[in-house]
Design a protein around this ligand. Structure first.
Ligand SMILES: CC(C)(COP(=O)(O)OP(=O)(O)OC[C@H]1O[C@@H](n2cnc3c(N)ncnc32)[C@H](O)[C@@H]1OP(=O)(O)O)[C@@H](O)C(=O)NCCC(=O)NCCS
Length: 197
């Protein structure tokens, strides 16, 4: 088993491995999963996912984790911080739970919190932002619960399902994280201290 990198209550996050990509391809071809996403416009295949995985894992601007359910030890999705701008100290948070059986169990919220911890504590970011389809009510709710605030609306940003959707931009600043950080560290407190040396 690959060692967990970050611990939540329901999930742990570990490195995304080549062996995970087959399941990723299946999820990305599932219309229920990608209904409100930018992904899923073209059929996913193992070859292109592998090429992307190889590009991303060497990149200092992208960091992706496999999300694993603690009870079943199963890989259920991905999360990460992408498009990191080291001068601006910003990064984009994303989460993708491909296994529909785990939806609405608090995992999306927990991934958002874990990436907030990671982004501010380890990467020294100043702002973590995200974009979400305005009709993706479960996602918006999860991000609000994790402490992200509404920043603005991008009108008719996405075309899907024979219509245009607005997108919402949300973000969290380092100054907004500071007052809530103790509660967010959970099992990572020791790890954060140890690896801060
Ligand atoms: C969107 C996603 C990340 C959310 O993760 P999750 O683990 O299912 O979400 P959580 O359980 O943490 O929180 C969802 C919240 O939204 C609520 N919710 C779900 N569907 C809802 C709806 N249609 N209307 C209003 N609220 C809704 C849930 O009740 C829950 O709130 P509560 O805890 O206050 O009851 C996950 O379902 C997913 O990855 N879906 C597929 C891909 C996707 O849409 N990714 C997001 C791209 S921005």
């Amino acid at each position: 088993m690959i060692a967990p990198f970050l611990q939540g209550q329901h999930v742990y996050l570990r490195s995304l491995e080549r062996a995970d990509l087959q399941l990723m391809a299946e999820w990305l071809n599932d219309a229920d999963v990608t209904r409100l996403l930018f992904m899923g416009l073209f059929p996913a295949n193992l070859e292109s996912l592998t090429a992307q995985w190889e590009r991303d894992r060497g990149s200092p601007e992208e960091t992706t984790f496999a999300v694993c359910d603690k009870t079943s030890n199963q890989f259920v999705g991905t999360t990460g911080i992408y498009r990191i701008q080291w001068v601006m100290r910003t990064g984009e948070f994303r989460v993708f739970l491909g296994d529909k059986r785990v939806w609405n169990r608090g995992i999306g919220t927990e991934c958002a919190k874990l990436m907030v911890v990671y982004g501010f504590e380890k990467l020294n970011l100043n702002k973590i932002w995200l974009g979400v389809n305005a009709d993706n009510a479960g996602a918006v709710r999860a991000y609000q619960k994790a402490g992200f605030v509404h920043e603005g609306v991008l009108r008719q940003e996405q075309y899907r399902n024979f219509r245009y959707y607005d997108a919402i931009r949300m973000s969290m600043l380092r100054s907004e994280y500071e007052p809530i950080r103790e509660g967010y560290l959970y099992g990572n407190k020791k790890y954060m201290k140890a690896s801060a040396k």
